[in-house]
Write a protein that binds this ligand. Sequence first.
Ligand SMILES: [Zn+2]
Length: 132
Amino acid sequence: MALSSLTTQTLKRGACGKCPACGIGRMLHNYIAPLEKCTYCNLTFAPLRADDGPAWVTILITGHLSMPFVFWLLDQKLNNTTLEIIYALAFILLLSALILPRAKGVFMAIIWMMHVKKENDYNPQTEKDSTQ
Ligand SMILES: [Zn+2]
């Protein structure tokens, strides 16, 4: 089952932290805090509550990617446990820091696609035209 181009585009916008409706305005500030509304199309982000979903996905992906790294690290025979722990923790923290805001954006985009878009039949172009 292939995703439609609109779905793919919306997910990409979310992963980039952009508004899922217009793709121009920002959705997040201060790392993962959602803005009140889109600065371009005025889409309200309050109904797009991702809750624990992004953290869950981040742990899932980081856990699966960090284990091969740790095994590879142990295979390097550094003979320094402290150094191995520091490298492993740095890798895990960096990976988590990279994934978490993208996961939050994707979750918010999915929620927007599933509920808000259907309920309100939202069209950013018509809302923008009505405000002018
Ligand atoms: Zn927007």
